[in-house]
Design a protein around this ligand. Structure first.
Ligand SMILES: Nc1nc2c(c(=O)[nH]1)N[C@H]1C(S)=C(S)[C@@H](COP(=O)(O)OP(=O)(O)OC[C@H]3O[C@@H](n4cnc5c(=O)[nH]c(N)nc54)[C@H](O)[C@@H]3O)O[C@H]1N2
Ligand SMILES: Nc1nc2c(c(=O)[nH]1)N[C@H]1C(S)=C(S)[C@@H](COP(=O)(O)OP(=O)(O)OC[C@H]3O[C@@H](n4cnc5c(=O)[nH]c(N)nc54)[C@H](O)[C@@H]3O)O[C@H]1N2
Ligand SMILES: [Mo]
Length: 775
């Protein structure tokens, strides 16, 4: 563990520090030699898809692309450590509940199926078939299939996800909560009605041609390090890169590419952002509106600014938008964005000066109450000058999990389109359920109401990733059965239902042998590229099953003769699963042939062809008023005697979502600790507190429930006044279940109204729990 300190980081992102950090990660997993070899197979044509992020590879066909955090994700899976039945024999679950999230995952890979035993409060070994029969028994005893919930995390392959959604729909429900609900759900909800696709419209080639790249609410230096390579190349050829972020993220400022020999040898670096706007948390809506107002004022003053041909041929709704923009008030936009009129105009000028523009966004945009409207504003901005559907231009929501986009394509969706259900009916000969299912937040409510009885998770860490931690835990404990298909021990196995199973599976890096020989799976990246992924390491244990095998055997055990699907035959050879995928989705024609090409193939994206699969058959300009009734506005109006801050929760450089690798957040200067809260120095002074002092954080909400997270260290930081930042998942107890994005249901974990009080030690059980991560 590193020494605890706060020390401003002076270097660029990347560089030698990144290489050093990887060798540390390999050593920590006891895999220095095997690990290095494994890393060389990441994102190679005959290797596996990196389980890190969903950013595409420039050449899934050529050289090794170095990525510090990809390497850490691979090392975490390829670890030499094992969790055995002896480990479970030594620890009661109550004892494990006292351990941190870091400790749990650090025990290594799970090795055999385990079942919870109430009498001893321990997990005991169980045979695979017995486990499947137990789940089948619970599922088949439910009076209504809608009492079961089937979670998916975005690492599941297309093949696993396809079988899973088929099984669940044959079982009779659309209850598919998934990590997407907490992530890019608003991007899909915004863009589908607006441009007819719920995915980004650009490819990596567009990044080579863009004149300006706008980056909203994203921290690629940590979460998509390979994106920095693209940004560096763009900056070097003179493209403008404009970042909007309340924090000055180092990766958006300067980057030293570990692959560039000269840069490494000379300790040089490349400036990434030509413009950096530190707007207020949640200020993006007003900011983008300000940029558009500037564009329209320029059009009115000198003409020739808007792409009139594109607007006339391809869009509807421009009049209402123009009228709204002309009438918008600059002081209001300044107040809500935290930027001056001059700054918004400057950003607008970069937009006007560029022939081809890409807009990227991440969680800083999606995890707000008005995220859908904000994303529609971003798309409006692009459309004003025809920046969708031509080279070098377009929308780029940057996805998180490596196959989160593919899982949705495969039908992991609680609101399935009727066309998908019709095809499933025709291909598999059953009548799929037509009522929409529950998303993540609705699942938790279903559990709390007592109607949700069985919770099954294909990957992920539901107990730690979701909002309102203690409510969620009540819900999970309220279930008759919780089941986790998983690679490593985590909080969700400890906070479980009356009955519980842990089903350990193969990871991406491992060889998957079925009846027809070694199998590969496919994934879809953030730019709709589909390609094959084949593991290279021997399985972590001989008892592991692949995810497709687990799903198929569970389906066979549950559905029995009710199902016409040849479950066990399908998993003998994954080509057979892919043939079925092709039968259901037209875009997957010649699937098995096309994945033989190194790099795979791109799925059709109608918006990028300027074909608009929207209701009016055209792209739609959407008009929205500046939101003035957000939870933060309401909290401030109510708590006039206290300073109400808006807290954003984010990832450190040393974690993968709920998987904590270590306690350092190098680029933000935090070492050896995670319970910190970033705050403007003037706000510390105004509160009469000191830098380094311990505080408790309390949510300001209107339902009378006390939500708090205790003992965070104040760190004076370059962040706008009135805003705070702290790490997730420690802060999830602060996010109310009822705080969700309009029309998307995404927990608003980037804008929680909170107040701070000096820390008081009260020692209640709840507070002991709040130290669950990284303490
Ligand atoms: N190493 C690593 N890689 C990952 C992950 C990981 O945990 N570790 N997670 C994966 C997943 S699932 C995802 S979804 C992605 C997440 O990747 P990101 O989208 O980068 O997510 P966050 O780390 O939450 O960071 C969000 C950024 O938005 C900024 N921000 C917060 N609020 C606002 C706001 O109101 N406006 C603006 N403009 N900015 C704001 C924050 O300061 C931060 O820089 O990364 C994926 N890749
Ligand atoms: N406050 C706050 N909350 C957030 C966010 C935030 O920014 N702030 N971000 C949200 C976002 S964007 C997301 S995507 C969610 C993430 O939510 P999840 O996807 O549920 O969480 P992860 O931490 O990615 O899941 C990690 C676990 O996945 C399992 N795992 C790893 N690899 C595999 C595999 O190959 N197969 C299987 N079966 N299991 C595997 C391991 O057991 C590991 O413990 O969290 C959300 N929650
Ligand atoms: Mo995500």
């Amino acid at each position: 563990m590193s020494e605890k300190k706060i020390e401003f980081y002076k270097g660029p992102a990347g560089g030698w520090a990144a290489l050093k950090s990887v060798s540390k990660a390999l050593l920590a997993q006891d895999i220095a030699v095997k690990g290095a070899k494994t890393l060389l197979s990441a994102n190679q044509p005959d290797g596996f898809d990196c389980p890190g992020c969903a950013w595409p590879d420039r050449n899934h066909a050529s050289t090794f692309e170095f990525c510090e955090n990809g390497a850490k994700a691979v090392a975490a899976e390829a670890t030499a450590r094992r969790v055995t039945r002896e480990f479970f024999a030594q620890h009661t679950v109550t004892e494990l509940a006292g351990k941190s999230d870091f400790f749990l995952e650090d025990q290594g890979r799970l090795t055999e199926p385990m079942v919870y035993d109430r009498a001893s409060d321990k997990y005991l070994p169980i045979e695979w078939d017995t486990a499947f029969e137990m789940i089948a028994g619970h599922l088949n005893a439910l009076p209504d299939p809608n009492q079961a919930m089937f979670y998916t995390s975005g690492r599941a392959s297309n093949e696993a996800a396809f079988l899973y959604q088929l099984f669940v729909r044959e079982f009779g429900t659309n209850n598919f909560p998934d990590c997407s609900n907490m992530c890019h759900e608003p991007s899909g909800s915004a863009m589908r009605p607006q441009i007819g696709v719920g995915k980004g419209t650009v490819t990596l080639d567009d990044f080579e041609q863009a004149d300006a790249i706008f980056i909203f609410g994203q921290n690629p230096g940590t979460n998509h390090p390979r994106m920095l390579g693209e940004l560096r190349a763009a900056a070097k050829r003179g493209a403008r890169i404009v970042s909007f972020n309340p924090l000055r993220e180092r990766g958006l400022e300067r980057f030293a590419d570990p692959q560039a020999k000269l840069e490494m040898a000379t300790l040089g670096s490349t400036q990434i952002s030509s413009h950096y706007f530190q707007l207020r948390v949640g200020g993006d809506f007003a900011l983008v509106k300000g940029m558009m107002k500037h564009v329209v004022e320029q059009e009115d003053a000198r003409g020739g600014v808007l792409d009139h041909a594109f607007i006339a041929e391809h869009t509807v709704g421009i009049e209402a938008l123009l009228e709204d923009l002309r009438g918008e008030s600059w002081p209001l936009l300044e107040q809500e964005s935290g930027l001056s009129e001059a700054q918004m105009r400057a950003a607008g000028d970069v937009y006007l000066g560029a022939e081809r523009v890409i807009a990227c966004w991440g969680m800083g945009i999606t995890q707000h109450a008005h995220s859908v409207a904000t994303i529609q504003m971003i798309a409006n901005l692009l459309m004003l000058r025809g920046n969708i559907g031509r080279p070098g231009a377009g929308a780029c929501p940057v996805r998180g999990h490596s196959n989160v986009q593919g899982d949705r394509t495969m039908g992991i969706w609680e609101k399935p389109p009727a066309a998908l259900l019709d095809r499933l009916r025709d291909v598999f000969g059953f009548e799929p359920p037509r009522t929409p299912g529950v998303d993540v937040v609705e699942s938790i409510k279903l559990m709390l109401s007592g109607r949700g009885k069985v919770f099954i998770a294909l990957g992920g860490n539901f107990a730690a990733a979701t909002p309102d931690t203690y409510e969620t835990w009540k819900g999970l404990r309220n279930c008759d059965l919780t089941v986790h298909v998983t690679t490593k021990l985590n909080r969700s196995h400890i906070v479980h239902g009356r009955n519980a199973l842990i089903l350990p599976c193969l990871g991406r890096t491992e060889i998957d042998v079925q009846a027809a020989g070694p199998q590969g799976v496919t994934v879809e990246d953030s730019m709709s590229m589909v390609h094959i992924s084949s593991g290279i390491n021997p399985p972590a244990s001989e008892h592991l099953l692949s995810e497709p095998a687990i799903v198929a055997r569970l389906a066979a055990a549950t559905l029995g003769k009710r199902s016409k699907t040849p479950w066990l035959w399908l998993i003998e050879d994954y080509d057979r699963i892919r043939d079925k995928i092709e039968a259901v989705f037209d875009d997957f024609f010649d699937f098995n042939e096309r994945i033989k090409v190194p790099g795979g193939f791109r799925l059709r994206n109608t918006a990028s062809e300027r074909v608009w699969a929207t209701e009016p058959g055209k792209a739609v300009f959407c008009t929205h008023a500046v939101p003035l009734d957000t939870p933060a506005h309401r909290a401030r109006a109510r708590q006039l005697d206290k300073v109400v801050f808006t807290l954003l929760t984010t990832r450190s450089h040393d974690q993968y979502n709920t998987t904590i690798y270590g306690q350092d957040d190098r680029y933000r200067g935090v070492f050896g600790q995670r319970r910190v809260v970033f705050i403007n120095a003037a706000d510390i002074k105004h509160l009469g507190l000191r830098d380094g002092q311990w505080v408790d954080i309390h949510t300001v909400w209107s339902d009378g429930v006390e939500r708090r997270a205790d003992r965070f260290k104040l760190v004076a930081y370059d962040i706008p006044r009135g805003n705070l930042a702290a790490y997730y998942p420690e802060t999830n107890p602060l996010v109310p279940l009822s705080a969700t994005a309009i029309e998307a249901g995404t927990p608003t974990s980037k804008s929680i109204p909170v107040i701070l009080t000096p820390h008081e030690a009260t020692g209640s059980a709840q507070q002991a729990d709040t130290t669950f991560a990284g303490a």
